[in-house]
Design a binder for this molecule. Structure first.
Ligand code: ADP
Length: 492
């Protein structure tokens, strides 16, 4: 068939086979097989070989043929040097050398074995064929390069991802549009915490807007997370690389360490607290013993009163310690009775009058008219009042205007409210939630001299909560404090 058709027709045929065949190829291997098939449709070849730029065979037809390419090396080099198509008789055959050249570069060479000299139109077709083959072969090379590059990029990505997956932190990347464009494995596994993603996104969006690093914290059901977002410039946009870490155990450790520190301080403190009244009792009783005969009745009375006061103080301290120990063992129990709270408050205030007076503090009380019946533990309620009032006196401003402590009892229908207000040294804002913790004492030049264990308010809070109530404080440093106690009248 090849002999019967004209040159133009052959070339048109060649083009159409080229396009059809190459449309269906998917790999380099298939490209060269297709080239051979097209060639065979155009010219009757006995054999055929496609060599690359290094003269290595890429494809040989027929597959099984054992071609000795080496014997053509000189002719191959000559054809490539001259960049021309040439045909030589070799034995019984005519061998054609068709260089594949693109932009002056040698891409390879096609060798064909023919039974007879090719005709002019066949040579034309072969020339077009080698030109098309050069283009294809160049494209194949480029494609292979791109594929290799893509493979490298993909491998690098995989490598980076696996590094990010080993991080103990959760990592997400947020795009300029505020969307998550990357999340590491830990975030996928542990990031499903209600509200956490929204908080991280909020911080990330602020970082994208301000282009400044930001740090935040999030808490959910006792779990603490730290969130750090860093701006990252990427292809003319800003993204935020956001790391999220569960820091609950670190927080817990910090809390335990602080508790440990406070306990050590407490031991030192309590020894001092116990020693002071004990030293006074010892000194006064020694004086009484040594000089009993010389002391007049008034001095003796004064001494004995001091001894009594100091032993009461000792007793209070020991009671506080015992209560604390009960509280820790969950053994602090209430003995509820129906009592009149007006009486309980009156009684507590009265027993603090002497202490208030000796500290120059005016003690006021505002009570509702009549009685206020409640089912409470009266001695524990008295303890709450004594503690709050004595704190009000203890933390009053010394030598500065008129100090007062005001106790108010309010009937609020379903509940009662007790307010203990003072115009003392006050509590710094950042310490307000700490003062109810065990061992906690505000550490300042104003409180330095004032004795205390740091247990009083912890016990008070426990008692109030055992009654089903709550306690809170409003305070301004340097102005005074207002403690609120709320107790429900109905027992749950
Ligand atoms: P303390 O034995 O130290 O008085 P508390 O538990 O009663 O222990 O109180 C804890 C801390 O709270 C105190 O050390 C003090 O710093 C602060 N505080 C309590 N009551 C008052 C108050 N009325 N005015 C100012 N500070 C107070």
């Amino acid at each position: 068939m090849a002999e019967t058709i004209g040159s133009t027709e052959k070339i048109v045929n060649l083009f159409s086979s080229f396009i059809m065949e190459l449309n269906n190829v998917h790999s380099t291997e298939e490209v060269f097989s297709a080239l051979i098939r097209i060639m065979r449709k155009t010219v009757n070849v006995n054999w055929m070989a496609i060599l690359d730029a290094e003269r290595k065979p890429i494809k040989i037809y027929p597959n099984s043929s054992e071609l000795n390419i080496g014997r053509f090396s000189e002719l191959i080099e000559w054809a490539l040097d001259n960049k021309t198509h040439s045909f030589y008789p070799v034995g019984e055959e005519i061998v054609g050398f068709l260089p594949m050249i693109k932009g002056g570069d040698v891409l390879g060479i096609i060798l064909i074995g023919l039974s007879q000299e090719p005709r002019v139109e066949e040579i034309d077709a072969l020339r077009v064929f080698s030109f098309l083959s050069s283009t294809v072969s160049e494209n194949v090379r480029l494609l292979e390069e791109v594929v290799e590059k893509n493979r490298l990029v993909e491998e690098t990505m995989k490598y980076l991802h696996s590094i990010l997956d080993t991080f103990p932190e959760m990592v997400i990347v947020v795009s300029q549009e505020g969307e998550i464009v990357y999340m590491n494995r830990r975030f996928v596994e542990e990031g499903d915490v209600e509200g956490l993603k929204d908080e991280a996104l909020k911080i990330a969006r602020q970082v994208i807007e301000t282009k400044v690093r930001r740090v935040g914290e999030y808490e959910k059901e006792g779990q603490y997370y730290s969130i750090v977002a860093e701006p990252l410039q990427y292809q003319n946009t800003y993204q935020a690389v956001t790391t999220i870490m569960n820091v609950t155990s670190t927080k817990e450790l910090e809390r335990l360490k602080q508790l440990d520190r406070m306990k050590t301080e407490f031991v030192a403190n309590i020894s001092h607290e116990l020693r002071t009244p004990l030293a006074a009792i010892k000194a006064y009783s020694e004086t009484v013993l040594d000089s009993l005969k010389e002391l007049d009745e008034n001095t003796l009375k004064d001494f004995m009163e001091t001894i009594y006061r100091e032993s009461m103080h000792l007793e209070n301290l020991l009671d506080e310690l015992l209560d604390f120990s009960r509280m820790e063992r969950k053994a602090l129990k209430l003995e509820r009775r129906d009592v009149d709270l007006v009486e309980v408050v009156k009684d507590a205030v009265d027993s603090m009058r002497e202490y208030a007076k000796s500290n120059g503090v005016k003690l006021e009380v505002v009570l509702p008219e009549g009685s206020l019946k409640a089912n409470v533990d009266p001695s524990r309620m008295r303890q709450v009042l004594l503690n709050l009032i004595s704190n009000g006196i203890k933390y009053s401003k010394k030598d500065e205007g008129e100090s007062y402590v005001k106790v108010v009892l309010k009937d609020e229908g379903e509940k009662v409210q007790i307010i203990v207000e003072d115009n003392g040294i006050g509590i710094p804002e950042d310490k307000l939630d700490k003062i109810f913790e065990k061992f906690y004492r505000v550490d300042s030049s104003l409180t330095y001299e004032i004795s205390g264990t740091g247990l009083g308010l912890a016990i008070v809070k426990e008692i109030v909560e055992l009654h089903g109530g709550r306690i809170w404080v409003e305070s301004e440093e340097g102005k005074g404090s207002k403690f609120y106690v709320e107790i429900p009248l109905k027992v749950e």
